[in-house]
Ligand binder design. Structure first.
Ligand SMILES: Cc1cc2nc3c(=O)[nH]c(=O)nc-3n(C[C@H](O)[C@H](O)[C@H](O)COP(=O)(O)OP(=O)(O)OC[C@H]3O[C@@H](n4cnc5c(N)ncnc54)[C@H](O)[C@@H]3O)c2cc1C
Length: 448
């Protein structure tokens, strides 16, 4: 055995684990088939958020008028944005590589395959290590419907040669909602099609319904309870047959879920069990798989497909195995944001989830026009909601729809992790004038 650890996959989880393990004295190699930084840096969080900023900046010219500003005619260049984002991503690829080399991690480029419980093959080179960490992430699913080849997945959105005039986004999850917002903000006529009765079906119902209504105010066509059945080339673009009707578009984006990158890795041959969705099964707090020398973190396990979760798992793995730590990753109260149009921020339980878990809940909810939109001329309304456990007064869930929702909820997540009660929310003095202060001034229950 030459190495203590071989990490497969240089994304969020793999890089974090490799660095921490090396810093704790382990001899580590990391194998990456593509660009360092993985999904998040290359085709996820980072370029996506930069696109979101671009879309939001498009509002400035019109919003500013109500505040007395008059700018010339606003024009947008997709080429400038795309090139700027690509530069930023390249810069981050370099940062990630430097973090690894500075920590003494050996970088191996190529596609890895397991050839034994302690052996990995990369293009003919054999790496042997006491342990192997699988951090290969996931990839977007293409639905098996006729004409699917006419659509694209999120990976392609970062390198579109040109912006389409009309777009159809298939899928009402967070990636669909975000891209619908980006496209609409950049001036594309956008329709989002969700098979469920509302967008973001895993989120609180009030959040979903409020979001859908606000997206429509922003000019996005929201079609729910409808599933894309086929795509055909039409005289002018692509026609999506949705059961309830058709949507014509020049670009069709499938945002219908992601699948773990386990195919072709040789996992089953070395005794690593996969679940029904093809994700790696992890059996203990060390992220051990059913093969004792092989561990897995991040989207390939798929407990919560978020970068900070992959980071936390990678770090916990390294600290537990190489640093003697007993810390475990806690999966309750993971805050998350959807950078849609408008934004959503959420932490803890939805009202429905709280009720399903048997809580006797009290719900506080308010919608209001944020001060900014008094002058922006937009009819946007924000929503704040608290789900409270009546017997203990513990706040179980905090939900926000509106500008900066993610920034707001990150702070409230600390309160939830600390077990804050509604009485403690009430005892907190607000910051005026902000939207966030609405969360500490909710006095009258909406339900029951
Ligand atoms: C469009 C989009 C937007 C997102 N936005 C957010 C967001 O705003 N916030 C957030 O928290 N999360 C977001 N995510 C999710 C986030 O990107 C992932 O949760 C995170 O990247 C998972 O990290 P990971 O280390 O598990 O895998 P990844 O980052 O996917 O890294 C896996 C790496 O393994 C490599 N690899 C795979 N197979 C092999 C092999 N056989 N050999 C060698 N290398 C291999 C891949 O090339 C890749 O670099 C987004 C995802 C998408 C798709």
């Amino acid at each position: 055995v030459d190495l203590d650890l071989v990490v497969i996959g240089g994304g969020s989880g793999g890089v974090r684990a490799a660095r921490f393990a090396a810093n704790l004295g382990a001899k580590v190699a990391i194998v990456e088939a593509d660009r360092f930084g993985g999904t998040c840096v290359n085709v996820g969080c980072v370029p996506k958020k930069l696109f979101v900023y671009a879309a939001e900046l498009g509002d400035c010219a019109s919003d500013a008028r109500g505040f007395g500003w008059e700018f010339g005619e606003a024009r947008f260049s997709w080429d400038v944005l795309r090139a700027g984002v690509a530069d930023q991503v390249r810069y981050l690829n370099g940062v990630y590589e430097k973090l690894l080399t500075d920590a003494g991690v050996r970088i191996v480029r190529g596609r890895a395959r397991l050839v034994g419980p302690q052996a990995v093959d990369v293009g003919g080179e054999r790496l042997v290590a006491a342990r192997i960490l699988v951090a290969t992430g996931g990839r977007p699913v293409v639905p098996s419907i006729p004409g699917a080849e006419l659509g694209v997945v999120s990976d392609a959105m970062f390198d579109l040669p040109a912006l389409p005039r009309r777009a159809a986004v298939i899928g009402g999850g967070y990636i669909g909602v975000e891209f619908a917002g980006i496209l609409a903000g950049l001036g594309v006529e956008t329709t989002i099609v969700a098979k469920e009765d509302r967008l973001l079906v895993h989120f609180d119902r009030s959040v979903s319904l409020h979001l859908g209504a606000e997206m429509e105010k922003e000019g996005i066509r929201v079609v729910t309870g409808s599933q894309a059945r086929s795509l055909t080339r039409a005289a002018d673009g692509i026609r999506v047959e949705c059961g309830s009707g058709t949507v014509d578009a020049d670009l069709v984006l499938f945002a219908v879920g992601r699948r773990a990158n386990t195919h072709g890795l040789g996992l089953e041959d070395v005794g690593v069990a996969l679940d029904a969705r093809g994700a790696v099964v992890v059996v203990d707090d060390d992220f051990r798989t059913t093969a004792p020398t092989i561990h897995a973190v991040g989207d390939v396990v798929g407990r919560a497909q978020l970068t900070p979760v992959a980071l936390a798992e990678g770090m916990a793995f390294a600290r537990r195995i190489y640093g003697g730590s007993t810390g475990v990753v806690r999966y309750e109260n993971i805050p998350t944001a959807v950078f849609g149009r408008p934004n959503v921020g959420t932490v803890g339980l939805s009202e429905e989830a709280a009720v399903a878990r048997g809580h006797d809940v009290v719900v506080f909810e308010s919608t209001f026009r944020p001060m900014f939109h008094g002058l922006s001329g937009r009819r946007a309304r924000a929503l704040v909601k608290l789900v409270v456990d009546r017997p203990s007064d513990r706040v179980l869930g905090v939900h926000v729809v509106g500008d900066d929702a993610g920034e707001i909820v990150q702070g409230f997540a600390v309160a939830l992790v600390a077990g804050a009660t509604k009485a403690q929310f009430d005892a907190t003095i607000g910051i005026h004038p902000t939207a966030a202060e609405e969360l500490v001034t909710l006095r009258t229950p909406k339900r029951p």
